[in-house]
Design a protein around this ligand. Structure first.
Ligand SMILES: [Zn+2]
Length: 313
């Protein structure tokens, strides 16, 4: 590749969250992740106009995973491109693009088991209805290992990095190691202050793969994830920051794993604690965030450790 392909961050605020999408300024322009239903028209279109680009020229919509704050704007963005962009998602997370109900099922199967909230299912349904612009069929379903041509000599490789969700992927602009990981690199978590993943063993393996094999020169995360001191990383991490974020993510997972396994092997106990039955984990880690605040990464990850331990008994 002769010249580096420019990447422009597109930031959409959503309540306590900062949602990051990215414009890849290739001959066939791409947008990585789509925020929520309102993000394409309200956030992306004016931001692109400001840099002299048009949202209708976008030809690729690259989804890092199926969570509502990443796929919610997919249909709206696709419409703004005159339905000409190709929408890419991993096969394991494709149901989250096809169906709002899949988000409710995911809630009920994971964190919903521990959130003592009889209105939880209705809330999850309302959130999916409000935030997802429409259900849609992907144009291209990937598994990792694919190379996408964005025109000229610009190619993007797809890497499976499961753990946060089963179908999490990283997209890497080939030749310049600009890497988009969505929520696959959690460090200390974002707004909830706790890292969230459904499969802790896969999460760890994906972090090692990113650090040791992909080695990002520029790393683009899906949210302002936090360092140990609570300060957030910026919207673009350089090579040293990327390595630090990946190493810290591995360190945090190791600490959470130790506490979770200790709690699970001692036997889960129901208490009045909001962290019940994992109160011992919160205490050991000094976690004081509200575990009920969506997307409840505390209970998502605890459900993941529990499933893994039970499967390996
Ligand atoms: Zn996510």
């Amino acid at each position: 590749m002769t010249q580096a392909v420019a990447v422009h961050p597109l930031v959409s605020p959503w309540g306590r969250f900062g949602l990051y999408s990215f414009f890849i300024d290739a001959p066939e322009p791409a947008i990585v992740d789509t925020g929520i239903a309102s993000s394409p028209a309200e956030g992306m279109a004016p931001a692109l106009e400001a840099i002299g680009r048009r949202i209708e020229d976008v030809r690729w919509i690259l989804l890092t995973h199926g969570h509502i704050d990443h796929v919610g704007g997919a249909h709206a963005l696709w419409e703004l491109t005159g339905r000409r962009a190709r929408v890419v998602v991993h096969e394991a997370d494709a149901p989250m693009l096809r169906s709002r109900r899949a988000h409710v099922e995911e809630y009920l199967a994971g964190r919903g088991r521990y959130l003592d909230d009889p209105g939880g299912e209705a809330k999850a349904t309302a959130a999916a209805n409000a935030v997802i612009s429409a259900e849609m069929e992907p144009s291209l379903v990937v598994r990792g290992g694919e190379t996408l041509s964005l025109g000229g000599d610009v190619t993007v490789s797809v890497h499976a990095v499961p753990g946060h969700t089963p179908g999490s992927v990283a997209y890497a602009v080939d030749g310049q190691r600009s890497v988009f990981t969505g929520d696959a690199v959690q460090v200390h978590g974002a707004a909830n202050g706790f890292p969230g993943y459904t499969d802790p063993v896969a999460y760890r393996a994906s972090l090692e793969y990113l650090r040791d094999e992909i080695r990002p020169r520029r790393l683009y995360l899906g949210h302002p994830y936090r360092r140990a001191d609570g300060t957030p990383y910026g919207v673009e991490l350089d090579e040293a920051e990327a390595r630090e974020a990946l190493t810290q993510s591995l360190d945090v997972e190791a600490r959470v794993a130790r506490a979770a396994r200790g709690c699970l092997t001692a036997g889960l106990r129901e208490t009045d604690s909001p962290y019940s039955p994992f109160a011992r984990v919160a205490e050991e880690l000094g976690y004081t965030g509200d575990p009920a605040l969506e997307p409840s990464p505390f209970f998502t990850s605890m459900a993941g450790y529990r499933t893994h331990l039970e499967q390996n008994l």
